[in-house]
Design a protein around this ligand. Structure first.
Ligand code: SIN
Length: 321
């Protein structure tokens, strides 16, 4: 089989950002098109693959929404099905990158690589990190045997399930916590340290098409357990008349960023039991940064199986579809 093409899908982010003319410190994310980004990648000609580029979205990833996720799922599905496509690279903002990576991992569990990459400095910065990250991502996508959804940033290859943005400004802003890295990429070479990610569950093509065409995804909100938590927050979230007043869909699921190993403020627990009795799915995650072993939730609530609150939210939305 001839698998010589890599498709680069652009979605915006700081990697596509440009400095603001009137503000030395500031920049605007998601300005440059993905074709332009490729022009600044060093040594592109040495890659053993032909590149195709497609702009799927052009946003600051803080504004990511399900409509763009659906488009991305469809474009990934389309390109992955082409026999001559070796893999995909997605340029993405850092802020919600881990959510998109986890979604693609959970829904597509691809046998070819989908490599998300990003930057912490805009494309116009003298010391922009985007071109090297993009080159590293292309190197990983071209690597023989690469598969699954990974994130490449600052020379590290993270699995989609473990990766998390842990710093707001550092070039190496991502961590896999206690989980091993998939590997590292340096000087155009991949050094494996762990396994390529494989999702637990394989969705049928029909189910993927259903996700990609849903008009409205199940509404799942995140609440946090903290000192002096008010149970009223949960009551307000699940109250049908409140949702109606804001013309919002009813809440079907709640993910809790619980303390420590899945413990809850007593007032929150009472309100969550009420919500669950009323039919709302409740999932307990930990608000601790290194919680991949999973927070215990006792017999009453389901636990997030080690997913962070934002990824547990994606998983719960998918489970409720
Ligand atoms: C974004 O997430 O789109 C902006 C921030 C970044 O890419 O670092």
């Amino acid at each position: 089989m001839n698998r010589q093409k890599i498709v680069v899908l652009g979605t915006g982010g700081t990697i596509a950002g440009e400095a603001n003319a009137d503000d030395a410190e500031g920049y605007t994310a998601a300005v440059q098109g993905v074709q332009i980004l490729l022009l600044s990648v060093p040594g592109l000609a040495q890659l053993p693959c032909e590149l195709l580029a497609e702009q799927v979205a052009q946003i600051d990833s803080k504004d990511m929404d399900t409509e763009i996720w659906q488009r991305l799922i469809l474009r990934c599905t389309h390109w992955l099905a082409q026999p001559d496509v070796q893999g995909l690279v997605i340029t993405h903002g850092t802020d919600t990158l881990e959510e998109t990576a986890y979604l693609l991992h959970a829904v597509l569990s691809p046998s070819k690589p989908i490599v998300l990459t990003c930057a912490m400095r805009p494309a116009t910065a003298a010391d922009a990190d985007g071109p090297q990250n993009l080159k590293d991502a292309l190197t990983v996508a071209a690597h023989s045997g690469a598969r699954g959804v990974v994130v490449v940033c600052a020379g590290n290859i993270h699995g989609a399930k473990a990766v998390q943005k842990v710093h707001p400004t550092r070039l190496n802003a991502f961590s896999s916590g206690d989980e091993p890295l998939v590997g590292r990429v340096q000087d155009g070479q991949v050094f494996l340290e762990g396994n390529w990610p494989v999702a637990q569950f394989k969705w049928e093509q029909k189910a993927i098409e259903n996700i990609a065409s849903l008009r409205q995804w199940p509404r799942v909100e995140i609440v946090m357990s903290h000192a002096a938590t008010q149970g009223a927050t949960v009551d307000a979230l699940v109250a049908a008349d409140v949702a109606q007043r804001f013309d919002a869909p009813a809440v079907q699921g709640l993910v809790v960023a619980a303390t420590g190993n899945g413990t809850l403020h007593y007032a929150l627990e009472v309100a969550l039991r009420r919500a669950q009795a009323a039919g709302v799915r409740v999932v307990i995650a930990s608000r601790c940064l290194l919680a991949s072993a999973g927070a215990k939730s006792g017999a009453v609530f389901q636990d997030s199986q080690g997913l962070t609150p934002v990824k547990a939210r994606v998983a719960l939305m998918l489970a409720l579809i």
